[in-house]
Design a protein around this ligand. Structure first.
Ligand SMILES: Nc1nc(=O)c2c([nH]1)NC[C@@H]1CN(c3ccc(C(=O)N[C@@H](CCC(=O)O)C(=O)O)cc3)CN21
Ligand SMILES: CC(C)C(=O)C(=O)O
Ligand SMILES: [Mg+2]
Length: 271
């Protein structure tokens, strides 16, 4: 008797079909092999190698400083851990906004050098040509609208976006444009739940929300946030499933105490 232990890979088509079947899509970030393996094994459909690595991994204030080389390194680590999930990588700030040719080259580097399955970029109409080029090259693209952290210095704050009619209307038009351009899905960050609902009903590609209410086709969180690894960051859209920061603080405190007291290592922990 032979058992097929091969794991079936989630594809962009799987993700698109989930919307029609009414099955919600779960997405989490990962930036390294170990966390990616855990996120993958627990059944998350999409792993995002977010440029939030700039904050979470490198300690930067914003996402702007992370480079394409650094994103590729994180993506390589994640791809080795993801056996089933679709791996999506953020194009970092400055590698796609200005020039469609550069956008394509950045995307090709990510796909070639990391083995990831798709890229994500922030914006709508402004980056239309970049998205067109990348999609035409056969690279799956995930859009990202609403609060787009790479534009933080233009927004001036991380406040909820598209509360006014004019910005809401632009967001709806951008969402429709992204669908037309061939994006396979769309992240909507920190926008009113009613608007997210409206967009989700208006397009045929799945919407994945973060601070965008329960009517999106899927949800995404930064894995370190939902595990409670950084207790200072607590916008209300984060649900903390664990309080790892406190647990790790306690464990490491105990280790320090044991080393200092001579309690570690004991007779069984030496040769
Ligand atoms: N750890 C982490 N989680 C994220 O969700 C995340 C990142 N980093 N980095 C990139 C972007 C930035 N994001 C953000 C950033 C701030 C708020 C926000 O609501 N800020 C509140 C303060 C919240 C707090 O720290 O308690 C604000 O009023 O500015 C939301 C999403 C989402 N992304
Ligand atoms: C918050 C998600 C959507 C993201 O773009 C990131 O982690 O960089
Ligand atoms: Mg991002």
């Amino acid at each position: 008797m032979s058992v097929n232990k091969e794991i079936k890979r989630i594809t962009t088509e799987t993700i698109r079909n989930m919307k029609f079947q009414g099955e919600k899509i779960s997405m989490l970030t990962a930036y390294d092999f170990t966390i990616a393996s855990l996120v993958d094994a627990a059944g998350t459909e999409i792993i995002l190698v977010g440029d939030s690595a700039a904050n979470v991994m490198a300690g930067h204030e914003t996402t702007l400083p992370i480079t394409l080389d650094q994103m590729i390194y994180h993506a390589q680590c994640v791809v080795r851990g993801a056996k089933r999930a679709l791996v999506v990588v953020d194009l970092p700030f400055g590698t796609y906004q200005s020039d469609p040719q550069k956008a394509l080259e950045s995307s090709v580097r990510i796909m070639k050098e990391s083995g990831a399955h798709a890229i994500k970029l922030e914006g709508g109409k402004e980056i239309e040509e970049s998205i067109r080029r990348i999609v035409n090259a056969g690279i799956p693209v995930m859009g990202h609208l609403g609060l787009t952290p790479q534009s933080i210095y233009q927004f001036g704050s991380y406040k909820v976006r598209a509360k006014e009619d004019e910005e809401a209307e632009k967001l709806i038009n951008d969402a429709k444009l992204l669908e037309e351009l061939g994006c396979f899905s769309l992240v909507m960050e920190k926008i009113p739940a009613d608007l997210a609902s409206k967009v989700t009903a208006a397009i045929n590609i799945p919407t994945i929300g973060i601070g965008a209410g329960s009517n999106c086709d899927g949800q995404v969180l930064v894995v370190h946030d939902m595990l409670g690894l950084n207790n200072e960051f607590k916008p209300k859209f984060v649900r903390k499933y664990l309080n790892l920061e406190d647990q790790i603080h306690q464990a490491i405190g105990q280790y320090v105490t044991d080393v200092k007291s001579g309690n570690f290592p004991n007779a069984n922990e030496q040769y």
